[in-house]
Design a protein around this ligand. Sequence first.
Ligand code: ADP
Ligand code: MG
Length: 992
Amino acid sequence: MSVKVAVRVRPFNARENDLGAELCIKMVDKTTTIFDSKSGATRDFTFDYSFWSHDRFEEVNGYFTPIDDVYADQRKVYLALGEEVLNNAWEGYNCCLFAYGQTGSGKSYSMIGYGNNKGIIPISFKEIFQRTDQRKSETKSFEVLVSMLEIYNEKIQDLLVPVSQRVQGGLKVRESKDHGVFVEDLSKVQAADYEEIEKLMELGNTHRSIGATNMNATSSRAHTIFTIEFKQITKEGNRKMEKVSVINLVDLAGSEKAGQTGATGDRLKEGCAINKSLVVLGSVIEALAEKSMGKKGNVVVPYRDSALTRILSSALGGNSKTIMICALSPATVNYEETLSTLRYADRAKKIKNHAIVNETVEAKLTRENTELRNLLEELGGKDKIMELNEQVRELGGTEKLKELKEQIAALEKLKKEGMDFGTHQIKQAAAENEFRVDISGPHIKNITEDQQLTGKVCYNFNNVPLVAGRKNANPPCNLIFASSSVSTRHCVFDKNEEDKITLKACDEKSSKNLFVNGKRFEGTIILNHMDRILIGTSTMFLFKIPGETSELKESDIDYEFVQDEKQKYDEEEFEKAMPRQSVRASRALSQVDIPLQSHRASINAPFAPPPPEIIAQPVEPEPVITEEPSPFEQHYEEPLSNKKILHNKLAKLFPLINEANMLASDLGKHVKFSAKIINILPDDVREEEDLEPERWEKELKVEVINQDYGLIWYWDSDKFEDRLCMLRELLDEEVMPSPDEDPLWDPPEESLIGKGYYSLKPLGLLFDNPFDILIISAWGGDAGYLRMNIIPVDEAGMILEEGPDTPEELIGQLISFRVEIKEARNLPPAHSNNVYCEFHFPGLGIRRTSIVPGYSEQPIFNWKETFNNVLVDEALASYMQTNKLAIRLNGTGMAMKVETPKKQIVRPKNETTEAKAPCAETKMEENAKKHQTIENEMKDKQKNNAKGDSDKNKANQNTQNKKKEGLEVEKSGTKKNQSNAKSDKKKDCIVF
Ligand code: ADP
Ligand code: MG
């Protein structure tokens, strides 16, 4: 029996509608098609069910009602999936229903539902109790036990106990021969009717919500497992028959982080427990699918690698009927994510399980007694326990033994509690009134990213003042939020003389992280009905005064709404992150407009490119030969949504960056995070194009400057988010990581300084073209100049005197030319370490100059290579005519403005990176020394010069001397580099 797989696509949400989202999903019968609006590619997938819930419905009394049979409403989904779960449970099979998909794709909507649109779980249980009510009798009784747990960061928490009673480090998963896998100490609550189940779910969600605010957790990264043990007991005289079915309903964490393992290539990814369960679930599904398809060899299913898969091992691979519902976001913005969800679903449907009916027939002996017997057998009596204990003591220490020891303790406990394994943990649901807050007066209620948890936590203002902050505050705070972006004592709610509720930040730092309706404010503010309060980066509340009205609808105010309104005030930061425009860019391309004759003339003349200052002047556009706009211009139309998408991504990123900066500072690290929008610099640039980087595609990166190590990195947002998670953990656990687990460190990273574009038109006419090409920076603006030349030569390596009139004349001929890359100038200080150039000449492969070791804004490459006897075919002739050669400049990011590093730098052991990249501190020392020497020498010169500084002429000469000396110092520096470069050449040049 295969795992049944269903996919369901939700409507656009308000935000997507605002963005003018486009649809990327189509469904016909069981086939779901996803199309990529960029490439036009489509992919088809077939599943057991494809539910279209995107449109073709209307709201009737709060229920989304189909207007024709295309739309799948909650009832239709229940009938297809839930009813099957129910029937299976009735027959005594174990069942498992997973909801998979990215955050906000509709997992909870399908599983639990919102308002009148009840999901599979509530409908199923209503039906269960209806059936049991109808069928219970003298001889037949039913028992429903409920438990609910959450897995966050590999820690398991019982959601049916108050947050204050949570076990630090979480509950443990145990395994025993007879009970299989179970969670130790997890409460199981007996539910007499559906209403009780509903209350328990509500309670569990409230605990989740409180847990999330208290534990600095991102709820969308938690998995929730709602388990129902459904027992049917039939009595016949002295005989008692039991049929037990365990139903696991699993609302998985947002999948957005799961599909991307490896994609970010983060060396610490494995260590980031936050993703572990979802990643391992993927591997388990993969392995099971392989097994089911009869893959030969020993397929190991890695159940034990994560808490989630351990708990669900039988549901996944063994005795269970399993259904997976994959929730899809319909908008093209989510194309990648949705495709990855579809792939996941596709693999899952290949799994085959073998479910069996869980029926135990025992005369007189209750099931519990069997358990007792089994357990005693397993333990081998008291002696066995002592013996094991003895062994543990002797061997001591190791993880394995620790586990064994805990296992013994757990089994001992079971034994003490009278062996009533099935029910021993039944507890009454936590005090019902625990969270009943009087909300008849002004109050605040929480807003979370996970809509299911929104409004679950309320506070009133019966007793003011109320101070909000972190748990370790002194004096303690009244409202505790563990978010790392919340200060120890953050803000105070109070009442003024007119009995109005007021809010004020506790200090300057907190006031930068406190917003009402998206805005910061000075001093004390009076709160109005429906005001949105944002504390730190993600702790949000809605302020309400019962009886007052507002134009805003409460249902419109969600997490994104609050982030959005704050974002409006963050526009400046958005502008800062945009790459700067380059005034010089178009000038650089006009190099070929310089009459070619002058190049010929310049062959023997001293090389004198225009000084950068002159180029830097905004120049009049060169006279255009034709009136027509360039083809590039004609076709260019900024995809409006691209900018919006970027904007959108930034809006999400800013609060996280803010938080990361606060965390780093709390941890005493000198690390600065900022958002950067980076140009994606093309490799293929045509002659006629004006280089206008602002038109090129952009990519969002997080710039990380680690002053402790003197390094700069550019992380993509996924890697950044993972690292942020690790940082949060650090704060929670208050232990410093060993250097090679430090989320604020990475090996020195090579990055693209920029690209220059060299015209090949002169080569097509066998002219040389010595030129300073402009380097266009990936971060916007210019990144200096690169002096290069391509010189056509004869067989003896001599410069040619003659050339053809048109490049076509060369077709069929062999040409030879020498590429010379001399030096770069005015490179950006922060990135000019270990610089080298790289280019790809069509048909000739990639070439690299040697690395100029160390720090230099003016690296001298003096790199030459002659390409002999290159056949000019039509393609090459036309390429030289129409295209430019792209030259990349790469360097290692170094934070040069390092103020005395605060601590001894311990570099993580990482052999591969050590071999490749120069180590940060030696470079820093070297650079510092070099700068020091230059500075000292300059000072000496100045001193000497100052002595004879009597007349104007001399002074002038001195200045010149200084310049010259400075130059010489640099030259001697580069001489060393050159010789290094030579010896490095073999290593660094790829020879094809
Ligand atoms: P997830 O649990 O995957 O994070 P939710 O189930 O909370 O996502 O859904 C996010 C939002 O989308 C909610 O406001 C929900 O009401 C809405 N939504 C999801 N699926 C549907 C659907 N099929 N029809 C209507 N609204 C939906
Ligand atoms: Mg959800």
